[in-house]
Ligand binder design. Sequence first.
Ligand code: CUA
Length: 355
Amino acid sequence: MLRRLSRWLGLTLFVLLAGCADHAPQDYLRPEGPIAREADHLFKALLYGAVIPLAVLVEGWLVVSVIRHRHRKGYAPRLRTPRPAKLWLIIVPTMALMVVDLFPLAKEAPINFALAREPEDALQVDVYGHLWWWEFVYPEADVSTANELHIPTGRPVRLTLRSIEPGLPAPEGAEFAQGVMHSFWVPKLAGKTDVVPGRANKMTIEADKPGTYLGQCAEYCNLSHANMRLAAVAHEPADFEAWLNAQRQPVAKPDTGPAAEGYKIFTGKGGCLACHTVVGIEGAEARVGPNLTHLKSRARFGGYVFDNTAENLRSWVDDPSAMKPMRPEDGTGMPDQGLSEEELDQIVAFLETLK
Ligand code: CUA
């Protein structure tokens, strides 16, 4: 009996411990900012205060009675709980739930409703969920980027989340077609917030220390949902300002060599201007695909999936849907532009100049 029990216990522990990892970039149990920490406090209070005691009590009771009555024949006798005990069994959990639910309504509540409040001195960033990548717009700085959300440390960042699909026909009176539902999630910095078509949802994130915090779309959004990742990149405030400044610079037109040829293809037969913004190139203002002005300043592309190397960029432009499932024929995702080998080399040479 004891041996069998210890075997089961060992197996359970093995499975549980298999979930432990030193390097778990999306481990929400290790919050690295005040917002995530507050949510974590509530989670741990509930886990240790309610879930574990209740599980031990109920499951323990069950196991003990199964063992004690294992030789009994027929149905188990009906358990008779005295009425006062029954009452307490209702009153205590109800009170506990009320504390958990109503406590956040208190004026100085540290959790829940505090998270929903508009923080003071927040950096405002507009987040747009596209099929299947993220657009981040810094309205005060007139900067936009893709898949990498850069933020300063020690300052709340207020996100306004929307879903748009500029590649699809817009309904009457609207600027863009509404996209589908996504969910913005950087586990170490904050909980999930849904990105809902036709709505502007808000959330706050904040990081204690500089670093790269990985995240992903957490609401199934069709074909490449799994390829809709992102990173929040936190900088010291001065470094963040420097990043913002660099992102504001327009691109320079290359004069000679393959990059100059690539520029011609980019602005001409490549058809790139129909979808991409590049500050400094006239007419390149579309938001169907990511803003490419400082493409090479990003570590990854394609929904933060591929390392930003010349080789990967070449494969991408050559046949995007082969790298990541998309449906360009339906207006979602980048189409294959049918460029020759030489043209591919030239366009990548130009893309490599977009530092
Ligand atoms: Cu966007 Cu899943």
